[in-house]
Design a protein around this ligand. Structure first.
Ligand code: UDP
Length: 325
């Protein structure tokens, strides 16, 4: 099958493209390389079933042509990472709202099945454990820019569901819970690559807040095949699925694990949220998914423990050609 992947050169996008090509699909990967990198696609860039297109989801003519060519679409292109959203709020909103609107519009025009990437951020500060897909969203004020990410992704979900209900467009929505693994960049705030790089360089490991907040990290090598299965599973149409790990960990404990696994002499230091991000920043205290719905529709298993994931990231960061940067 011919599949269009937007955000193909991003962290999750690159694993997804590899997975699709390995399964014998023909992939058209669209990416404007704003946060993604061609080096992520090294293993498939010369594959005869992979076609890279440099462009943005905001370019209507590009999206039109690719959507017409392909039989299904996975829409991952987005401004991701709380840091990026806080730093570039306007650009991020445009990409996340208008970009998705354009991709959905053409998927609908040409009647192509589409997977929309969403995030556990949409639950906001609802810290119910575990979070189920139909649980409430609880957000802070619009004056706090971190909430614009949750708001924009929630709007994407509303759009996708509205298309499904109004025109019968086959859509599937996946909410990712802190997807991690080798190739993820720490440039936009993501905690694991940041901690690993700090530990390997002997720099202070920066825990934001008091470190009691928890996350449930998900290995990218499990997320990519889950996206493919959801895309091709008729029972998933019109539905939202949490895609997440099962091992909850506090950020302070994460820092300690990274220090131990790297054998680093780095100090671990807590930095107030106001200093780490901006005045009035609010963090999410807990985020644990219920993945029962996902498992009821596709085959899904979290294949690695947190330490196993960390070891892979450490190995990757140690051997990265630009490891000094
Ligand atoms: N975090 C941290 N130090 C860092 C980067 C992030 O303590 O250098 C914290 C961040 O405040 C959050 C958690 O780690 O509580 C996960 O952050 P990330 O940006 O990876 O994902 P989020 O869950 O915020 O989307």
């Amino acid at each position: 099958m011919r599949v269009l992947v937007t955000g193909a050169a991003g962290f999750i996008g690159s694993y997804l493209c590899e997975e699709l090509v390995a399964e014998g699909h023909e992939v058209y990967g669209l990416d404007n390389l704003s946060t993604g990198s061609l080096s992520n696609l090294q293993s498939i860039q010369n594959h005869r079933h992979f076609h890279f297109v440099r462009g943005s989801v905001l370019q209507r003519n590009v999206v039109l042509e690719l959507t017409a060519t392909c039989e299904s679409v996975v829409h991952l292109a987005a401004a991701v990472g709380v840091q990026l959203i806080v730093d570039k709020p306007l650009e991020s909103l445009h990409t996340n709202i208008q970009g998705t609107e354009i991709v959905l519009e053409y998927a609908n025009r040409f009647r192509k099945k589409i997977f929309i990437a969403s995030t556990s951020e949409v639950y906001g500060r609802n810290s119910a454990v575990p979070l189920r897909e139909e649980d409430d969203r609880i957000y802070g004020s619009t004056t706090i820019s971190r909430w614009s990410y949750a708001g924009s992704k929630a709007m994407d979900e509303f759009f996708a569901l509205a298309y499904h209900r109004t025109t019968g467009l086959p859509v599937v929505i996946g909410r990712f819970f802190n997807t991690v693994g080798p190739r993820q960049t720490g440039r936009y705030g993501m905690v694991i690559p940041r901690f690993v790089r700090q530990a390997l360089r002997g720099e202070t490991i920066t825990v934001y807040g008091d470190g009691s907040q928890t996350r449930t990290f998900t290995f990218v090598g499990d997320v990519a095949p889950a996206i493919v299965r959801l895309l091709f599973e008729p029972r998933a149409e019109g539905q939202i699925f949490n895609i997440g790990g099962e091992q909850e960990v506090s950020i302070l404990e994460l820092a300690q694990r990274v220090k131990r696994l790297t054998g680093s002499a780095s100090d671990i230091q807590c930095i107030p949220l106001d200093q780490a991000y901006m005045e009035g920043f609010e963090d999410m205290q807990r985020r644990v998914p219920n993945i029962g719905k996902l498992k009821s529709v596709i085959r899904y298993r979290n294949s690695l423990s947190l330490d196993q994931i960390l070891k892979r990231v450490i190995e990757f960061e140690r051997t990265r050609p630009d490891a000094g940067q």
